[in-house]
Design a binder for this molecule. Structure first.
Ligand SMILES: CC(C)(COP(=O)(O)OP(=O)(O)OC[C@H]1O[C@@H](n2cnc3c(N)ncnc32)[C@H](O)[C@@H]1OP(=O)(O)O)[C@@H](O)C(=O)NCCC(=O)NCCS
Length: 175
């Protein structure tokens, strides 16, 4: 696998495309691996270790087969990032929401996150869900990414995952 990682003398083609149900397995792998890295020290290790590729594969297959949408980024045919969205869970902040945005750690910092974000933002506008909201755990350094992309801090909330109370914050991109 090592030879496939980014290197100084390899300039691979990066693409972003709409996800299809056949992508569910690769999406689940990216998603679970990113959760384990991004939320280490935030969520209990036992909870993260228990996340199942198979369960998330089933979830994504169902989502993508029943009207849900997502975008994936690929490096030479291999999925390295995923993002999806839909109607905002708190419409007073905006009508559209990005629910998921994860880039494989080996491929971060190359503009993939921004491309996926833009694809979702455009898709939501086309679906008449403009006024974008993203919720992110307050302890997640990815907050800096949303701030860099112009998000304005608009709300906060406490949620519980695996029995742990966690503060989350909302960034908005008004119409
Ligand atoms: C957050 C994440 C999606 C960003 O993706 P990425 O491909 O690394 O980001 P990009 O390369 O497109 O960065 C776009 C810009 O944001 C900046 N940026 C990226 N991550 C940042 C961070 N954590 N803090 C501050 N700025 C950041 C980049 O420097 C770049 O700035 P530029 O406009 O000056 O070039 C990715 O790091 C990730 O998947 N993180 C782990 C999972 C996670 O926490 N996801 C969010 C859940 S809500």
């Amino acid at each position: 696998m090592k030879e496939w990682l980014p290197s100084a003398n390899w300039d691979p083609v990066l693409t972003v495309r709409r996800a299809v149900p056949a992508d569910a397995r690769a999406i689940a792998r990216t998603y679970v691996d990113c959760w384990r890295r991004a939320y280490a020290g935030i969520l209990p290790a036992s909870y993260l270790a228990g996340l199942s590729y198979e369960a998330f594969e089933r979830h994504w297959k169902r989502t993508l087969s029943t009207g849900g949408w997502a975008f994936v980024s690929e490096v030479e045919g291999r999925i390295v990032g995923v993002a999806s969205g839909g109607r905002s869970r708190r419409p007073r902040l905006g009508r559209g929401e990005i629910y998921v945005l994860y880039v494989d750690e080996n491929w971060q910092g190359r503009g993939i996150g921004r491309c996926l974000f833009d694809a979702c933002h455009y898709e939501l506008a086309v679906r008449r869900c403009s006024g974008l909201v993203v919720w992110v755990l307050a302890a997640n350094p990815a907050r800096g990414f949303y701030e860099r992309l112009g998000g304005v801090l608009a709300d906060e909330n406490t949620l519980e995952i695996a029995g742990v109370p966690l503060r989350e914050v909302a960034y908005v991109w008004p119409d």
